[in-house]
Design a protein around this ligand. Structure first.
Ligand SMILES: [Zn+2]
Length: 695
């Protein structure tokens, strides 16, 4: 790697790539510019389409001025661009560089182009065009993208039964590669490496049944919890022989459990932390009955009952399964074979957490909403059309108040069949209690609140450990009351499994750490690795190996998005307001604190402090000592939004906030406890929900 500073590197790559992209855009043979690159801002910045949508300046109706808080529209203080830490804009947008073009270094340029190519998922044909152009100015650059990316010419795959094939990338190899690239860092006092594993099927094409079954991993006790590929299967149906599919993974993991893993000269002990999958994948790899069978509950010996065409699980007090009973196959009706995973030193019950993403959000919450929209007519749960319209209208109205911590804004209930897990989570944890109030029949609303409070507690790191027993009580009540409100057929596998989910929270501290969200996100990236239908598995493996070879610039960029506990101000401005109690030397419009960003716009400036105060941040300032303070206006009146099953205020969330005092207060940014969603309720009254799924 060249010794050039990252800033000058960004400048050079920006200049060169921009020049080349313009040339491609003008070239009729390449009229389709790279799909992810959508535009130029001031001739300087290349933005993703998503970034433009997410970070554009607030509309007039949502701007801070509309509620008389901010003197200026801070979003324009940096040229209107609030680039997120994950986007390409940051890489290319720096305009503070010194003019050091004489130091151009083609090796460095090659690294940066490789980084840009990987970040933007550009088709290789466009990279080829870019290299052809750049080569005129930098003769030492390779002409062939495969040379630049150090593409492996041939990938060996293992043929498996049923026409599928598998490539094992290897736990040890990948972890050592990550260590060498600075991507894997363990806390200083830690001597053990804990691996979380995920397996699931991924349909690649709409027009064929070809699917991947990746084995993904993440080191849960590392400082940066990157997801990486351990092995990849591809075929027209899921692996026919589970033993063959897991063979390489199990034998390598067993070896690591025995010998540990040496990284940077230190040998760490190695253990599987958890295996996170959805219910069908769990039943497949554990070799137990699928979730629609009678003895399918993975936690208790409840035998299902057939009600209205489905298997239901009405009772909640059956004996629990244990690792011992599982390995001895005590309940013969539960097993369909011997899982190859029993060769590992893992608990076959507790180390397979009931992934909340599939169970709670895509399972129970979706089921509730479907029952409200088109459930059995004999139960009052089915809402009249006008009520459904009202709910949809509320959801759409709230779009403009959803902060940047949510990947998706709420959509109408008419689109519920296309809602993603994050949308169901937004609904259950934040929006549901507000918009369902007065629309659902009272009993059904109170029943929904049982689920809402329980899952909010189990998701929140602040509440989880102290409120597990309470959440368990609420979930038992939720499952127990469900048949009288929605019919006996409502209590299917997912609904029943809610009574077991607190056991996971007890073991893993909070559900947040054992769900499949980050793996689902990674699966989307895997899908993008395949550009044509020939040999999808080999294509994907080549791209994964290329990524491992791509220069460290990319990795450092990844790591910089994990800012840990540091408090960082970004995007300087000079527009005020300032306050006499803090001697301000710098002002910022964006603050990184803990795992969220506070931004000076109406959607992203509501915070709760450690002492319980709630305020709207009006400015972020730094004093002579480098300490960062927030200047904020405080809500003077805070009350509970709901009073069943408890006063929401007593749990420290879901507040009705009013009487905003326009006096400017100052607080050290370190005293911010969490960012909040601040939703309009009545005139000058807001409902404030501290975010629980972020930190
Ligand atoms: Zn059970």
């Amino acid at each position: 790697m060249a010794a050039a500073s990252s800033r000058s590197k960004r400048r050079r790559i920006h200049d060169n790539v921009e020049k080349a992209l313009l040339a491609i855009a003008q070239d009729s043979t390449h009229s389709a510019t790279p799909t992810d690159v959508t535009g130029y801002v001031d001739g300087k910045t290349v933005l993703h389409e998503n970034d433009l949508v997410q970070y554009s300046a607030p509309s007039p109706s949502t701007s801070a001025d509309a509620i008389g808080i901010l003197p200026t529209d801070y979003s324009s203080s940096n040229g209107g661009v609030y680039a997120d830490d994950q986007d390409v804009a940051e890489i290319f947008s720096s305009n503070e560089c010194s003019d050091d073009s004489d130091e151009l270094n083609d090796d460095c340029l090659a690294d940066d182009i490789a980084h840009w190519f990987k970040e933007c998922s550009i088709p290789q044909v466009h990279l080829g065009s870019l290299l052809t152009i750049l080569k005129k100015y930098h003769p030492s650059l390779p002409k062939d993208p495969r040379t630049l990316l150090e593409t492996v010419r041939e990938v060996s795959v293992k043929d498996m039964g049923g026409g599928g094939s598998y490539h094992h990338l290897g736990v040890k190899k990948v972890l050592q590669n990550m260590w060498n690239r600075g991507l894997l860092r363990l806390p200083a006092d830690n001597q053990q490496l804990l691996l979380q594993v995920n397996m699931d099927g991924l349909q690649l094409f709409k027009s064929s049944g070809y699917q991947f079954w990746p084995i993904l991993g993440s080191v849960v006790n590392a400082l940066y919890k990157h997801v990486f590929e351990i092995g990849l299967y591809g075929g027209y149906k899921k692996p026919a022989d589970i033993a063959e599919f897991l063979c390489d993974f199990v034998s390598e993991t067993k070896q690591l459990e025995d010998d540990g893993i040496t990284l940077g000269g230190v040998t760490y002990s190695f253990a599987i932390h958890s295996i996170v999958c959805d219910a069908p994948a769990r039943s497949y790899i554990k070799c137990v009955k699928p979730h629609n069978s009678y003895s399918s509950c993975e936690r208790c010996t409840e035998v299902g009952k057939w009600v209205s065409g489905r298997v239901t699980f009405p009772t909640t007090d059956k004996p629990l399964r244990t690792d011992h009973s599982f390995r001895n196959m005590t309940d013969e009706d539960h097993h369909v074979g011997k899982s190859p995973l029993t060769a590992l030193s893992i608990d076959m019950i507790t180390q397979f957490p009931l992934d909340e993403m599939h169970l709670v959000y895509l399972g129970v919450v979706r089921r509730l909403i479907i029952y409200w929209l088109r459930g059995p007519i004999e139960y009052q749960s089915r809402l009249p059309g006008r009520a459904v319209q009202t709910l949809s209208k509320h959801l759409l109205c709230l779009q403009q108040h959803i902060c940047n911590d949510f990947a998706r804004k709420p959509r109408s209930l008419a689109e519920v069949d296309r809602w993603k897990a994050t949308e169901f989570r937004l609904f259950l944890l934040y929006l549901g209690p507000i918009i369902l109030n007065g629309v659902l029949p009272v009993e059904h609303y109170r029943h929904f609140l049982l689920l809402h409070v329980a899952i909010y507690c189990l998701t929140s790191s602040r509440l989880c450990s102290s409120h597990i027993d309470y959440a368990q009580k609420l979930l038992l009540r939720f499952v127990g009351e469900a048949p009288s409100l929605y019919g006996a057929e409502f209590v299917v596998y997912n609904v029943h499994s809610l009574i077991h989910i607190c056991d996971d929270a007890r073991i893993y501290k909070r559900l947040q750490d054992v769900n499949a969200f980050k793996y689902e996100c990674h699966m989307k990236k895997l899908k993008k690795l395949v550009h044509h239908p020939q040999n999808p598995l080999k294509q994907a493996v080549k791209r994964i190996l290329e990524k491992q070879n791509v220069a460290q610039a990319s990795d450092k960029h990844d790591s910089s998005s994990n800012r840990g506990d540091s408090i960082v101000g970004q995007h300087e401005h000079s527009s005020g307001p300032i306050c006499s109690s803090v001697l301000c030397v710098k002002q910022f419009s964006k603050l990184f604190v803990k795992s969220f960003q506070v931004v000076l716009n109406r959607k992203n400036n509501c915070v709760m402090f450690a002492n319980g105060d709630i305020g709207l941040v009006c400015n972020i300032v730094q004093n002579h000592n480098g300490e960062i303070f927030v200047l904020y206006e405080q809500f003077k009146k805070i009350t509970s939004f709901f009073d069943y099953p408890c006063q929401s205020e007593d749990l420290g969330y879901c507040f009705k906030a009013s009487h905003l005092d326009h006096t400017l207060f100052a607080a050290n940014a370190a005293t911010i406890a969490t960012k909040c969603l601040c939703l309009p309720h009545e005139k000058d009254v807001f409902v404030v929900m501290p975010l629980c799924h972020v930190n």
